[in-house]
Write a protein that binds this ligand. Structure first.
Ligand SMILES: NC(=O)c1ccc[n+]([C@@H]2O[C@H](COP(=O)([O-])OP(=O)(O)OC[C@H]3O[C@@H](n4cnc5c(N)ncnc54)[C@H](O)[C@@H]3O)[C@@H](O)[C@H]2O)c1
Ligand SMILES: [Zn+2]
Length: 358
């Protein structure tokens, strides 16, 4: 069994096990890390259940465990699904020592985590992320959220899981577009904190796009270490430390929203990271070479880099609605080099428009 990465948060501390086939040891991992379980529910979507659910139920047959299916993808993150899940928990008699197991991407993880945080004022949950984005990002850090009709991720909680299991062999079945979406987040970690990660991505791109298990394990570990440390320093995202994880997201979120999610999260932040880098280069914080290196890497992994045709008035107003605004300027996370801590600066609207040639 690989040694875990531990997120140190006093009584909320927990382990993250990362590796090829760690799921084969799920029974032991739960036995050792989650004590006194009265019953469990496995929350997942039907397509993910068909791929990995049956084997998990078999491995956990000694526990009192039942599955509950939620809709696939973003559709899971709604009030209706939460209401239905809570109803199922009540009917199945889950008590304060029961455990929710979330098996799926960020959508399942966010929804199942949120329900665990409010059912009986909080019961334990385990994250088993099955997307690259889930393994490097959404399952780590304890942010849970569902969507409101007026906006994405507006309803949620900070609620740490009890255990996280990242089995990199499940990434083999991930559609290429989803894998790429996760890779955009991986590049984000490299640029803000780990130059070796960028070199690895540059050298091994073709193997990475085939979800090579060994490489994926190496990559997921590197990203999780970075995120775990930032979460330890700034659990509730209130001290500005965790904020650098939003690199590429200021513009990325807007692109995602204005494209009605036709451009997915990773694709949007790929465009957003390069735009922020262009602004940073223009303001003299980033060398042109480092901008170009990032551009080449994003392109080589098949991620988009060009801003789509958008109405720029709309773009600015949606960006301003985002939380990161200060009088007439928009806060950007500006890279200062490959693997160097970025700076957070308000950038005036006209500079954004000029640099991005809008
Ligand atoms: N909580 C956080 O800190 C945080 C951070 C980042 C993103 N998020 C949230 O995560 C969500 C996106 O998550 P996502 O990118 O993981 O997408 P997702 O959960 O919507 O899954 C994408 C698709 O991949 C499929 N899939 C998942 N695992 C698979 C596998 N191993 N093989 C084949 N298909 C598989 C799913 O069925 C789904 O159709 C967004 O709602 C976002 O807001 C949360
Ligand atoms: Zn993201």
């Amino acid at each position: 069994m690989p040694a875990p990465i531990t997120v140190e948060l006093e009584e909320r501390s927990h382990h993250i096990f990362i590796g090829e086939k760690v799921l084969e040891n799920i029974e032991l991992l739960i036995k050792k890390n989650v004590h006194e379980i009265t019953s469990c529910v496995l929350v997942t979507s039907s397509s993910i259940f068909d791929l990995y659910g049956t084997s998990i139920l078999e491995h956990l047959s000694e526990l009192k465990i039942e599955k509950i299916l939620v809709p696939d993808g973003e559709a899971a993150k709604s009030w209706n699904v939460v209401e239905a899940l809570l109803g199922d928990y009540i009917e199945k008699g889950l008590d304060r020592k029961s455990v929710v197991i979330a098996l799926g991407g960020g959508s399942v993880g966010d929804t199942a985590g949120f329900t665990a945080s409010i059912y009986l004022r909080g019961i334990r949950y385990i994250q088993i992320p099955t997307t690259l984005l889930g393994q490097v990002d959404s399952a780590i850090g304890g942010k849970t959220a569902i969507n409101h009709s007026k906006g994405k991720n507006l309803i949620g909680s900070f609620y740490q899981p009890t255990l996280i299991i990242c089995d990199t062999s499940v990434l083999k079945t991930l559609p290429l577009r989803e894998l790429r979406s996760g890779l955009a987040e991986v590049i984000k970690y490299g640029v803000i904190s780990d130059p070796d990660l960028i070199t690895l991505l540059e050298n091994k791109g073709s193997f990475i796009l085939k979800a090579d298990k060994k490489l994926m394990t190496q990559i997921v570990k590197k990203c999780v270490l970075i995120k775990a440390k930032l979460v330890e320093e700034d659990e509730k995202d209130s001290k500005g430390k965790r904020a650098i994880l939003n690199y590429g997201h200021t513009l990325g979120h807007v692109i995602e929203t204005l494209s009605n999610h036709e451009i997915n999260h990773g694709e949007a932040i790929s465009i957003g990271m390069l735009a922020a880098s262009k602004i940073s280069e223009n303001l003299g914080y980033l060398k042109y070479n480092d901008f170009e290196r990032q551009e080449n890497l994003l392109k080589s992994l098949g991620l988009p880099i060009k801003l789509p045709k958008l109405n720029y008035n709309e773009l600015i107003s949606v960006m301003k609605r985002d939380k990161k605004t200060e009088a007439g300027s928009i806060n950007f996370i500006l890279p200062t080099g490959i693997g160097k801590t970025p700076i957070i600066k308000p950038v005036p609207e006209d500079t954004i428009l000029k640099v991005l040639e809008l």
